[in-house]
Design a protein around this ligand. Structure first.
Ligand code: GLN
Ligand code: ZN
Length: 772
């Protein structure tokens, strides 16, 4: 079966207007039954197929990926393979199937059981649910949604290509189930897992699939706890078994998100699979790989991770280089699924037309792939105009005013670099005693619930129904309410609640020069959540103070310290679509300088604590070990450029949003923040023991409850968590806070949870002083 000349590895699933989000949330809230939800989902899938065919992908040659998900592709695999953790076992149907309700419970948890852990997918801001695999995990084909979707496509006249997370990646991303023996490695279960894939492939073939895509991004990563050789050996085994099956569709093994290791290249070339997709935007073409003469290579030359219109000349050159490897066929593709980019630039009427002409979202990228496919089929001359237009856009970008701003560049060039705060931590500790904080200070991460009322006010202001003055008044009332609430709860360090922010990055993007924001550019972050990344297209500078008036007002209402709240340079980059015409380091430093000025203004306004959030620090860490030191160097450098100018008596906090503290512990220490709050609740005690083991000596607040779930922890539960922390770390070092901001939560559960947090802290403080 020949592979089509062009394809994309996946497409956004949430719908052009986030239809899926709305349907799913309505379903969760009880306003839409499952049949209604299924109908909405089918509508999205159907429109996606039609749109992709319209954009030039073949309707009947497997060029269109079937990559829908109700929540997450890894959770889909968990359900398909029957690998649901034991605590959800009773939710299975009598026939052993995993119904949609169980699928959602595994994702979200309920009052009795914790959800699956959630973590970031490779170096993206997409979050997947982590499989928990233990000796008891049994694998069996437990969900046939992929087969049903293929049938659904065929009934509409399409022959699509089902997409699944591959077996090696599935296990490499898994963690050992609680209770598994220490040192237990999920990947060791591969031989038992592969037969389920084999069974699924047979059923897919029965249902008419000609090609199936198995995603194996684990093969580009050195950050999953397995080395290149182990992963390649696993791939050798898995694809030997799957490839040798007699009844199966042709197999495309995809290795998106980076450089396929040499050993994995050789392994896949030697494996009995028909096609291999590689990322040629981040990875390079190796010098020679034996054994490709009967295979198709899909060159991922259109970047699935950014929004810039690809340079087709460059893409074409890369395809030519790929051809030199001697494969039977070369096809054009995207480097990754397009799930990381918004749907359509044509949906952005407010964007500057010149900027828009430089951009490509999922639909435009699909069009670029289709153009390259035509070039591969009919010669490059046949698409001369597309090539020329893309190159013109590139040239135009280089010469547009604002892309380079002389003043910004001069200031950066003349700065002296800083490697730490000017005054050492121990001296800062005494300088900060004037904050007069109790033992185990309690605080939150910054945002309070973004209520419907807040969203309504924001919308009303955008539409002009609310004047700027009225909107300001609304926000001030909101701040006053949140401050009063925190005083009533008895929290020690307060926040203003971030009601003025639609999003922690977009808010800064809207107030800095060099950024553009979109209207409909939503990208799935996790489950039903989507963010709207800003587009960082030019040199960044700060026309005026951004957060000062809100923080100042909040502080005027209370004698307790209120934290100023900023988003750090790395996170601003990670959660925006960033210009690709200069190193990230330079862009990060431009943002850092703007933040440095903001901190100085906050200090001037009487703010004594400033938190600079860097939840994305870990996320941008390169997957390849060799590239990590350089990244850590510039990311830490830009954080210090932002914060090191602060006065010693100003307490700098940072907040990190992931649980693999161990990997970047040295970098975190190098940030030299006085206090670091970090997500910890979903990962049990691991974080605390990692911190203790690393000898991290600054203030630290390992989150005591998970804010991703509506579940309210009891005071006892929080006290237990807290005591685990106090057992491992000196009391003086510890802060008490939730895992992350509260913006996605409702007020009822938030108030209850924070009451329990304060009560638990009081209990633990009392016990600690008794013991002392
Ligand atoms: N200050 C932000 C908030 O509380 C931090 C969010 C985050 O870590 N993602 O919402
Ligand atoms: Zn967070």
């Amino acid at each position: 079966m020949t592979f089509p000349s062009g394809t994309i590895l996946g497409y956004p699933r949430i719908g052009r207007r986030r239809e899926l989000k709305r349907a799913i949330e309505a379903h969760w809230a009880g306003g839409l039954d499952e049949a209604g939800l299924q109908e909405a989902a089918a509508g999205i899938r159907s429109r996606t197929r039609a749109r992709l065919a319209e954009l030039g992908l073949g309707a009947r040659d497997s060029a269109i990926p079937e990559s829908f998900s109700f929540y997450d592709q890894v959770l889909d695999a968990i359900a398909t393979l029957g690998a649901l953790p034991a605590r959800f076992a009773d939710l299975r149907g009598a026939d052993g199937r995993i119904p949609l309700s169980a699928y959602f419970t595994a994702a979200r948890g309920d009052q009795d059981r914790a959800p699956l852990e959630m973590t970031k997918w490779f170096d993206t801001n997409y979050h997947y649910l982590v499989p928990e695999i233990g000796p008891e995990t049994a694998f069996s084909l437990s969900d046939r949604r992929v087969i049903d979707q293929l049938k659904e496509a065929r009934s509409e006249g399409y022959l699509t290509r089902p997409v699944l997370v591959g077996p090696v990646t599935f296990l490499a991303l898994a963690k050992a189930a609680p209770g598994a023996p220490s040192g237990y490695r999920p990947l060791d279960r591969l031989a038992e897992l592969v037969p389920v894939y084999r069974e699924l492939l047979a059923e897919l073939q029965q249902a008419g699939a000609e090609w199936v895509q198995l995603d194996e991004p684990a093969l580009v990563s050195q950050s999953l706890g397995y080395d290149d050789d182990e992963l390649a050996a696993a791939a050798r085994h898995a694809y030997a078994v799957l490839g040798s099956a007699s009844a199966r569709p042709s197999l495309l093994v995809a290795a998106p998100y980076g450089q396929l290791s040499d050993v994995a290249w050789r392994t896949l070339a030697a494996a009995p699979v028909e096609a291999i997709a590689v990322d040629l935007t981040r990875g390079r073409v190796p010098a020679a790989v034996p054994g490709l003469t009967e295979k198709t290579l899909v060159g991922g030359v259109i970047d699935g991770r950014n929004v810039w219109r690809g340079d087709l000349e460059v893409a074409w050159d890369r395809l030519e280089r790929l051809r030199e490897l001697g494969a039977a066929h070369v096809s054009a593709g995207t480097s990754t699924s397009l799930q990381h980019v918004p749907h359509d630039v044509e949906d952005e009427p407010d964007l500057d037309r010149r900027l828009a002409s430089w951009l490509a979202f999922a639909d435009q990228k699909t069009g670029q792939v289709a153009a390259l496919a035509r070039a591969l089929e009919n010669g490059r001359e046949s698409v001369r105009e597309e090539f020329a237009a893309a190159s013109d856009a590139w040239r135009d970008r280089r010469s547009t005013p604002g892309v380079r701003d002389g003043k910004v560049r001069e200031r950066l060039a003349s700065r002296t670099s800083e490697t730490a705060r000017r005054v050492p931590y121990s001296d800062r500790l005494s300088a900060q005693e004037e904050l007069d904080l109790p033992l185990l200070p309690t605080t939150t991460i910054g945002s309070f619930p973004q209520t419907a009322e807040i969203r309504r006010a924001r919308a009303a202001r955008l539409s002009g129904d609310l004047s700027d003055a009225e909107y300001d008044g609304f926000l001030r009332d909101e701040i006053a309410r949140v401050i009063a609430l925190q005083e009533d709860l008895g929290l020690d360090v307060l926040v203003h609640g971030e009601a003025e922010r639609n999003d922690m990055v977009q808010y800064f993007a809207e107030n800095l020069d060099g950024f553009a924001v979109t209207r409909n550019g939503w990208v799935q972050s996790y489950g039903s959540r989507a963010t709207r990344p800003s587009i960082l297209w030019g040199d960044v500078s700060r026309p005026g103070a951004i957060t000062v008036r809100w923080s100042e007002y909040a502080q005027s209402l209370t004698s307790r310290p209120v934290k100023g709240m900023l988003t750090g340079p790395v996170t601003i980059l990670a959660w925006s679509f960033v210009r690709d015409d200069q190193p990230l380091r330079e862009t990060a430093d431009q943002v850092a300088l703007a933040l440095r000025d903001e901190i100085a203004d906050l200090e001037e306004a009487g703010i004594r604590i400033v938190q600079v959030d860097e939840p994305a620090l870990r996320e941008l860490l390169p997957l390849q070990k060799a590239a990590q030191p350089e990244y850590l160097d510039w990311s830490v450098g830009s954080f210090l450029l932002a914060t090191a100018g602060a006065r010693p008596e100003t307490q700098i906090h940072t907040h990190l949003c992931y649980s693999e503290f161990d990997v970047v512990i040295e970098a975190i220490a190098a940030l030299d923040a006085d206090v670091t709050s970090i997500e910890a609740a979903r990962s049990g005690g691991e974080v605390v023991s990692d911190i203790a083991a690393a000898g991290f000596a600054h203030g630290v607040g390992p989150g005591v409850y998970d804010i991703h779930s509506p579940r309210v922890p009891s005071a006892d539960e929080i006290a237990t968590t807290l005591e685990r922390a106090t057992a491992a770390l000196p009391l003086r070092q510890l802060w008490v806070n939730p895992d992350c901001g509260l913006k996605t939560r409702g007020y009822v559960e938030t108030v209850e949870a924070l009451r329990h947090l304060v009560a638990a802290t009081a209990t633990v403080r009392a016990r600690a002083t008794q013991d002392a």
